[in-house]
Ligand binder design. Structure first.
Ligand code: TRP
Length: 453
């Protein structure tokens, strides 16, 4: 596509699409349980610091790479550094998107099953043991989760097929406000439950004794995942942003909204957890077992649980769209495959990975690689290896490879906006971000312990 006529998001469209990518299962499912496991307020504080000092600068970097180059993830690196091997970083992002989708659509499919069960009022007067059993039965079943997963992938594909403007921008501009509305309603309901303020205390009470290297590193990793960084998602979306858009303020708004949803999700969940006397330090099953248990005891349980799982499905959908777009933009611009063929072809590929991930929880349970089934393998490979590595190279690229003047021109839209923080930004992309991410990476393999941190 010629550079001049690349499709542009409107200002609001850019924020809706990028926030849609960032806000996902990471905010509503992963953040609350990490927070519960790592002791509440202390984790929140560390998380916010990671978002400000690492997440925000890396997001600004990704936006500028994409908008400067006006191309997909791999094409952006190729355009800006035609001689080197930097395009491999973009290609890695495309592969990473594919693998993330492989397990993400499985969990997204579960949200559809839970919407259906909520509407059928399946959670009222059911014991926790039964809820536990029914989640295990469902998630390890051979066919049911796959049906929902295929349906969810088809929704994603349909929106991406409709294009950047009419599909992605239009749908996220509609879904994101709806998502905010639902999460606020749920938050208010939760706080006003008897004893609900206990949950708020847990959330905002900061016990500094709980902060250790483990907590810091898990907060950093979560910040990256939650903001969709390290694999070209924000490069691709940045490439659709208008040249007059203030990139740093867009990134700031996306970051604030993403953090707000994570906090709102916790506000919706923890007061209810405390009100019904449940242990807050629960793992991943918090959303699919604990919450239905809570809903089962509330008046109008079907309504609250339906709203909640719709929220989860919407949040997932705006994220899967962004992941699929990374692949489709790449196939379209680099491999010259039509958007339609690229979207359908890659969706079929995603479904195949999804089937492998879903089977690995049930009939393929015994089959493992490095001790992990496909579901866990896809998760670990992307969030523990590919995304941190991508994040390091993206920071280094902006910090060292691109000319400082060019970055200034891009961030200031040719001098239109003031960029007083340019030197701090460069300091972070050159040193702080690559080193901090390297530490997360080493920590995943236990190397930091070995080195004596
Ligand atoms: N950020 C999303 C979430 O919080 C997930 C996601 C979408 C993502 N696109 C991504 C994660 C790109 C990493 C990279 O659920």
């Amino acid at each position: 596509m010629a550079k001049k006529d690349r499709i542009n998001f409107s200002k609001i469209g850019a924020i809706a699409a990028a926030t849609g990518s960032a806000v996902g299962l990471g905010n509503i499912w992963r953040f609350p349980y990490l927070l519960g496991e790592s002791g509440g307020g202390a984790f929140l504080l560390v998380y916010i610091l990671c978002v400000i000092f690492l997440g925000l600068p890396v997001m600004i970097s990704e936006f500028s790479i994409g908008r400067m180059a006006q191309a997909n993830a791999a094409g952006s690196f190729r355009t800006l550094a035609p001689k080197g091997k930097w395009w491999l970083v973009g290609l890695m992002g495309v592969i990473c998107s594919f693998i993330i989708l492989g397990f993400y659509v499985v969990v997204s499919g579960w949200t559809l099953e839970y919407i259906a069960q909520s509407i059928g009022n399946k959670f009222s007067h059911v014991s926790p043991a039964q809820l536990n059993q029914s989640f295990t039965n469902f998630s390890t079943d051979t066919f049911r989760p796959i049906g929902w997963m295929i349906l969810f992938t088809a929704f994603t594909c349909a929106i991406v097929l409709a294009g950047v403007k009419d599909g992605i921008e239009k749908s996220t501009k509609f879904m994101m406000p709806l998502l905010f509305l639902i999460i606020i309603i749920l938050g208010i309901r939760s706080i006003t439950l008897p004893n609900g303020t206990e949950g708020l205390k847990f959330l905002f009470k900061t016990d500094f004794g709980k902060i250790n290297s483990e907590v810091v590193l898990s907060a950093m990793g979560q910040a990256f995942f939650s903001l969709s960084l390290g694999m070209g998602c924000m490069i691709t979306y940045g490439s659709y942003m208008n040249k007059h858009n203030n990139l740093s303020s867009t990134a700031l708004q996306v970051t604030i909204l993403d953090t707000l949803v994570a906090i709102l999700a916790s506000i919706a969940i923890f007061p209810a957890v405390f009100s019904f006397g449940i242990d807050p330090a629960q793992g991943p099953e918090l959303v699919f077992i604990t919450l239905p248990h809570i809903f089962s005891q509330m008046q109008g349980s079907a309504i609250w649980s339906t709203l909640f799982f719709i929220l989860l499905a919407l949040a997932s959908l705006t994220s899967t769209i962004s992941l699929l777009e990374v692949i489709v933009a790449y196939m379209n611009e680099e491999l010259h495959i039509s958007r339609a063929k690229a979207a359908i072809g890659s969706s079929v590929g995603v479904i195949i990975l999804g089937v492998m991930a879903s089977f690995s929880l049930g009939i393929w349970k015994e089959f493992t690689i490095f001790g992990l089934g496909f579901f866990d393998l896809f998760d670990a490979l992307t969030s523990k290896v590919l995304m941190p590595v991508g994040g390091i190279f993206i920071s280094l690229f902006v910090g060292w490879k691109i000319d400082k003047q060019k970055i200034y021109k891009e961030l200031s839209s040719n001098g239109k906006y003031k960029i007083p923080f340019l030197n701090v930004f460069l300091l972070i992309t050159r040193y702080l971000a690559p080193l901090a991410i390297l530490l997360i990476l080493l920590n995943q393999f236990g190397l930091t312990k070995w080195l004596g941190f």
